[in-house]
Design a protein around this ligand. Sequence first.
Ligand code: FA5
Ligand code: MG
Length: 459
Amino acid sequence: MLLTLRVPRSRLYLGRQQHRRLLASTAPEEAKRQATQHPLQLEINGNTYPTDSWTNVTPKILSHLGLNKHLQRDHPLSIIRQRIVNYFYGAYRNQRGNPLFSVYDKLSPIVTVQQNFDNLLIPIDHVSRQKSDCYYVNREHLLRAHTTAHQVELISGGLDNFLVVGEVYRRDEIDSTHYPVFHQADAVRLVTKDKLFERNPGLELFEETWSGSLADPKRILPSSKCMDQTKQPCHTLEAVKLMEHEMKHVLVGLTKDLFGPRIKYRWVDTYFPFTQPSWELEIYFKDNWLEVLGCGIMRHEILQKAGVHQSIGYAFGVGLERLAMILFDIPDIRLFWSNDSGFLSQFSEQDLQNLPKYKPISHYPQCSNDLSFWLPANVEIDAGFSANDFYDLARTIAGDVVEQISLVDKFKHPKTGKTSLCFRIVYRHMERTLTQAEVNEIHKHIADASVEAFNVQIR
Ligand code: FA5
Ligand code: MG
């Protein structure tokens, strides 16, 4: 059983305004209370959601809703969004010269389990659905974990060339390149036989032998990771190869548009439940290969589900922070959430082609403290206790002064059988030097809250 935060049902209702107010006061006592309790229902963007045993969104996480950094004027994420959109506007035009792609960048990040997973054929037991990986509002709703969640609704609405841009939420480790909220741009392009084979009208999208039967909407494939890069049985090889060629050409074009014509890149075979075949595009940056996007030929069952039977499609998803960190030389992902004018004033959307390099505002020292505790009897890491639960608790209490948390030690006592964990928490303030006394106090609050939330025993 997963150890869940205790949910005293004392507070009946906590609306967005109240959340805001609570967040404004970051008193450690209050933060601790917030991290370990959930109200009976949550009001988010004017909608009321009953909470249940799946609820794990925190006020801190909910405070990111509506910030829309990707739409904030002169923000680096907004600049990247515009570069991607402009590139697609230029790459695909209709006969009248108008852009083919439409852009959706204000869709609500609260989606259903069906949108985020089921519609995309993500197996019912897939790790990405776990409570330890996602922010659930309740068992039916979550904060989208990828912008791909909107695919089916948009295709069902009749769209065939579109981009979706927005923030996504994932419970993840904490370091300078990982933050629980980041931004993605997703795209879908569908083409019919006439378009794809304009120059070869004799060719077909679908195999003659394929029955064309509708996929059973309840059927979700088993969890085995199929790295099989061959085509889906329904498609002809010609159709898949042409689509793959077009998609890779466009995505390499986007990469060169962003990073210059000499950027080194490579394609890596991968697996996504919603595309087959699938690839990741990596670029060579500072002596390392860095994954920037995932893509592939859309599973035909998804199109069928959305009412599209005569097209083949490609889709991709790219992370905006990763692109922006490289393009602007921004060293820490938390800076994207900064309201510091010293940061924001460095970027301008006046000239989208000439992007400045970030100049560090200042560099304050780090301070690192260890926290060791015994898990309760019969509880182990990933069996009753998830490190992500601890990361969230620490972040809720300490906020962005937590720069990094790592599990540095783990052992089982030979006699009691209890598990001991040691987490190293690195503290650093973005705008000033933290004193050791200040850090000790925050650290103590995290320890106290851990005892309360996870029933652990501090060592
Ligand atoms: C996805 O999210 C898929 N939905 C992408 C996709 C869409 C594939 C459509 C096929 C078709 P992934 O989890 O790998 O895949 O994330 C996609 C991109 O988001 C990554 O390539 C990376 O650029 C970015 N990204 C992922 N995790 C993080 C993170 N923790 N921090 C910053 N960027 C991230
Ligand atoms: Mg990936």
